[in-house]
Design a protein around this ligand. Structure first.
Ligand code: Z5A
Length: 211
């Protein structure tokens, strides 16, 4: 059985992750791979129930520490029920947001202590880490403009203001700088086709996809 791979898509609002995730899934399925496309918060029934709680309501409904704990409760369920079983049977698991979103949203932008987040990563993930993380980067105003034009997602985080989103962008770029073996920054400006080509090039380069 071929080895499963775990790829996460990260970045600020409206960076194009969801759109590009579908395109990457199509490329991988065309190569004959089993792909599990999933998302956070959510991805399993229990985690989707927590998503309802955490994404709805006013911007200050939850403190950053409470959000961190809710994200990790959801993540543990998702890892146990979807991510680990998928990887164990050799699937490629492609996840729209994962642990780096907690580091960036609740940590860098929200002010939760990095020590708490690091401890949760250690004890809750127990070694389940992405093989590759694509960090979609674009100017905050462009991302928020794009996010406002798309339908069907919750607005709780978008309403947190420009300074929050600037800290978020810096937080994601700092993660990429600290872990260059795992992370690739994807320039998310330009056409859908141009970004898709950057994503595919990164996956081929880092994961030897044709092996
Ligand atoms: N969150 C957290 O705080 N802590 C955590 O640990 C985790 C999550 C896991 C989930 O929201 C929220 O949870 C998220 C962080 C927080 N904050 N918010 N809001 P979500 O699942 O509802 O949404 P999202 O993950 O933030 O994704 P998004 O903002 O909807 O954007 P996206 O997936 O990156 O982009 P998109 O939907 O593919 O594209 C957005 C629009 O831009 C759409 O109309 C596209 O057609 C358009 N688009 C995409 N690419 C392009 C290009 N290249 N050119 C022009 N237009 C484009």
């Amino acid at each position: 059985m071929s080895k499963g791979r775990f790829i996460t898509f990260e970045g600020g609002e409206g960076a194009g992750k969801s759109t590009q995730l579908k395109r990457l899934v199509a490329h991988l399925e065309a190569e004959g791979r089993e792909v599990v496309a999933t998302r956070e918060p959510g991805g399993s029934p229990g985690a989707e129930a927590i998503r309802e709680l955490v994404l709805k309501g006013s911007a200050d409904r939850w403190s950053p520490v409470t959000e961190t704990l809710l994200m990790y409760a959801a993540r543990r369920d998702h890892v146990e029920r979807v991510i680990r079983p998928g990887l164990a049977r050799g699937a490629w698991v492609i996840c729209d947001r994962f642990a780096d979103s907690t580091r960036a949203y609740q940590g860098a932008a929200g002010g939760t202590a990095p020590e708490l987040i690091a401890a949760l990563e250690t004890y809750i993930l127990e070694g389940t880490r992405p093989d590759l993380t694509l960090i979609f980067d674009l100017p905050v105003d462009v991302g928020l403009e794009r996010a406002h034009t798309r339908a069907g997602t919750e607005m709780r985080f978008e309403s947190k203001g420009q300074a929050f989103h600037e800290r978020l962008r810096e937080g994601f770029l700092a993660i990429a700088k600290a872990e260059p073996a795992r992370c690739v920054v994807i320039d998310a400006t330009g056409t859908l086709g141009a970004v898709e080509a950057r994503v595919w090039a990164a996956v081929i380069d880092r994961l030897a996809v044709h092996d």
